[in-house]
Write a protein that binds this ligand. Structure first.
Ligand code: FES
Ligand SMILES: [Fe+2]
Length: 352
């Protein structure tokens, strides 16, 4: 067993992370290209067909829409996630809200001149005022003042946790059916400052997560072996995998949210937010023990993103094969696909 410092790390983390990797490399794998993370124009793009690559709608789940410090009290910011124009705003007392961007009256974009007044957001076009929690129009500042019952915009359940703002997306508008975990390392003095990297990829949550269940790709893409799962617990939307004699734990909370811990090395918190049906915005936050030095979280981030860069040419050019031809040991891929089904709604039931 190598020491922690010898880990060759690698991840595909929609749902946590892959750590491939122990001992001598088996093959060269795909090139490690950290520039693929920061410079999307460097990535190979060979696909020409315009047909959709994936048969999935946007999955239902909790997704990060901003780091907490990206929206100050009283601020209104536009976002594009879930294939929708959204508005994120923070009330003057500090509560964040996410709502659909377009005013129910005549369709002004609420982040194009809209402003926060107390608990509400005010449309720039005719001053209609909305409550961020319910999305209801609460004031029409002219005419009789009577508010039509249909005067509302879609509001997404919004929470703030682990220094991030999260919105609950459900294609049918149903309430949350799992929770975002608290990661205690954020407030643990034994851990140094969090280091976050974020980037956009041309793929979907399920495809990224599928790599964790595809043992052979570790050898061919990453040049390593996968870590044997010693202990796997699957409980509805939650999954936990323990390996390396208990030193490695990967917890998954829904499709796109994971916490990976390697004892004495790193706590790695990852979220993958659907931008639309073919793109995701990944945010990875690393926390390392202070005893490993001030650069430890950044070093872990570099290691994981370098591993991820090997997957990018595959992900961004492949298509999803619904009925893949697999060999016997690859049953895990089908099990993963089965588990993922709980996060999708029938697209015919979608609300705006
Ligand atoms: S379009 Fe928003 S108030 Fe008229
Ligand atoms: Fe991978």
């Amino acid at each position: 067993m190598p020491k922690t410092g010898d880990l060759v790390t690698d991840v595909d983390v929609a749902e946590g992370a892959e750590i491939g990797a122990l001992g001598e490399p088996l093959t060269a794998g795909m090139p490690r290209r950290p520039d693929y993370i920061t410079n999307p124009e460097d990535r190979p793009s060979v696909r020409r067909e315009a047909r959709p690559r994936f048969p999935f709608p946007i999955p239902n789940g909790w997704f990060i829409v901003a780091k907490s410090d990206e929206v100050a009290p009283g601020e209104v910011v536009p976002r594009f996630y879930f294939d929708r124009d959204l508005v994120l705003f923070r009330t003057t007392d500090g509560t964040p809200h996410v709502i659909n961007a377009y005013c129910a009256h005549l369709g002004a974009h609420l982040a194009a001149g809209g402003r926060v007044e107390g608990d509400h957001i005010v449309c720039p076009f005719h001053g209609w005022c909305y409550d961020g929690e319910s999305g209801r129009c609460v004031t029409i500042p002219y005419g009789s003042g009577k508010i039509p019952s249909q005067a509302k915009v879609r509001a997404y359940p919004t929470i703030e946790r682990n220094r991030m703002v999260w919105a609950w997306f459900h294609l049918e508008g149903k309430p949350p059916f799992y929770d975002v975990p608290e990661v205690p390392e954020f407030d643990d003095p034994a851990f140094g400052d969090a280091y976050t990297v974020d980037f956009t990829l041309n793929t979907v949550c399920q495809e990224m997560a599928e790599n964790n269940h595809d043992p052979a790709h570790f050898q061919f893409v990453h040049g390593t072996e996968s870590i044997p799962d010693e202990d796997v617990l699957i409980d509805g939307t939650y999954k936990r995998v323990v390996g390396m004699d208990g030193r490695f734990t990967r917890e998954t909370f829904g499709l796109g949210l994971g916490v990976l811990r390697v004892k004495e090395y790193v706590t790695f918190f990852s979220s993958t937010t659907p931008v639309d049906e073919e793109h995701v915005h990944v945010r990875w936050t690393f926390l390392a023990p202070v005893t490993n030095g001030p650069e430890a979280a950044r070093a872990a981030a570099d290691s994981f993103t370098s591993g991820l860069s090997q997957d990018i040419p595959i992900w961004e050019n492949k298509r999803y094969v619904e009925r893949p031809i697999l060999i016997k040991d690859e049953r895990t891929i089908l099990d993963h696909r089965e588990w993922c089904k709980q996060f999708y709604s029938d697209p015919s039931l979608a609300i705006d």
